[in-house]
Design a protein around this ligand. Structure first.
Ligand SMILES: *Cc1c(COP(=O)(O)O)cnc(C)c1O
Length: 355
């Protein structure tokens, strides 16, 4: 039976990505070699890396003055690279979840951190709205989609400070006004590629402002200058990322992805709101269209394990909620077909009938 992959990350990739990646593991670009064994400096792979960077710029309409780089270390390394490269004295952070608070922890190693607002007391079930960013903040950092708690900021905030965003779990899910940002970063394993590569979009004039010496590998400028080839980049994940980017383009780009994502999310949220067994955990106005978190209604709490087994038997994979929220989380990233969301909804309806 075909599985419906609702995993939070690593997560579902498009069939196009999987098929082309599998073929390239056998024979990459007619070289007679596997993508797993070619030199990153060979002309075939250099072309892959260039096309991937160009497609990121095309899909997100990245203006002049920005560079796109592929880095190692995951999104978690960006929690340290951002302040290393940008924090002079003080930075402002919005605390909307586990990943945001991990980013805050790292920034504190480099200077003063003003946490402008936090929804921690409410187990991060909403996005704080009324906060003030101090005039003297070197930058403002926020997490656009809170993968664990299922809340999302589906807009580009207007702020005076430099703007930095962790878009790991919703990049390419909607058009973004890149010109408002100084750094956008995203680990690949949610909406782009297998784990192992991190995408960063960097405004070049944001760099070179801090006085501290920056280790070579942690300096964005190193990777920009060498076009992501300073050292050996994650060759296979970058190849897979290119396939996903090509697929996005073929699908009509990020505006088309957003339309489909909203449709898929509505189908699932409508069922959560309708079905007497379930309820959503995130504030309605902040609901994520990437990670849909829900629990059993209080009077049906004891049915949780049973629904879990029922959904598994119906081919659902990865819907167990994160331990900090409990219940269920259906991650419905770009590559998730609407038919899989409909299969989950059908399972929820059927389970309700049986109880
Ligand atoms: C998954 C995730 C991370 C962590 O990514 P790693 O690549 O494992 O370091 C950070 N931020 C967000 C929003 C995530 O979803």
């Amino acid at each position: 039976m075909k599985k419906h992959n609702f995993s939070a990350g690593p997560s579902i990739l498009s069939e196009y990505t999987i098929r082309n990646a599998a073929a390239a593991v056998e024979n990459f670009a007619g070289t007679g070699l596997s993508i797993l064994e070619v030199s990153h400096r060979g002309k075939e792979f250099v072309a892959v890396c260039e096309e991937a960077r160009a497609l990121v710029k095309e899909l997100l309409d990245v203006p002049a003055g920005y560079e796109v780089v592929f880095l190692g270390g995951g999104a978690s390394l960006q929690f340290c690279m951002v302040p290393y490269n940008l924090l002079k004295k003080k930075a402002a952070y919005l605390d909307t979840g586990t990943w945001a608070s991990n980013a805050i922890k790292e920034a504190k190693l480099f200077g003063e951190v003003d946490v402008v607002a936090s929804s921690k007391e409410a187990n991060y079930s909403f996005i704080p709205k009324d906060y003030v960013i101090p005039e003297d903040a070197d930058y403002f950092h926020f997490t656009s989609n809170n993968t664990i708690f299922g809340t999302e900021m589906r807009y580009d905030p207007d702020v005076k400070a430099r703007l930095v965003s962790d878009m790991s779990s919703d990049i390419f899910s909607r058009p973004v006004d890149v010109s408002k940002y100084d750094i956008i970063y995203a680990g690949a394993q949610k909406n782009l590629a297998p784990a192992g590569v991190t995408l960063a979009i960097v405004r070049e004039d944001a760099l070179g402002q801090v006085e501290r010496p920056i280790p070579t590998m942690l300096n964005y400028s190193t990777h920009i200058k060498k076009e992501s080839m300073f050292n050996t980049p994650p060759v296979f994940p970058i190849f897979a990322a290119l396939q996903t980017l090509q697929w996005y383009k073929e699908q009509g780009g990020v505006a088309a992805m957003e339309k489909k994502n909203i449709e898929k999310a509505s189908v699932l949220y409508d069922e959560i709101d309708r079905n007497r067994l379930f309820k959503g955990t995130a504030a309605v106005e902040d609901r994520s269209i990437m990670n849909v978190c829900f629990v059993m209604n209080d009077e049906y709490k004891e049915l949780e394990a049973e629904f879990s087994a029922f959904a598994t038997a119906a081919g659902m994979v990865g819907i167990k909620g994160h331990r900090s929220v409990g219940g269920f989380r259906a991650s419905i990233y770009n590559a998730m077909p609407k038919s899989s969301v409909e299969a989950l909804v059908a399972a929820m309806k059927e389970f309700e009938k049986q109880h």
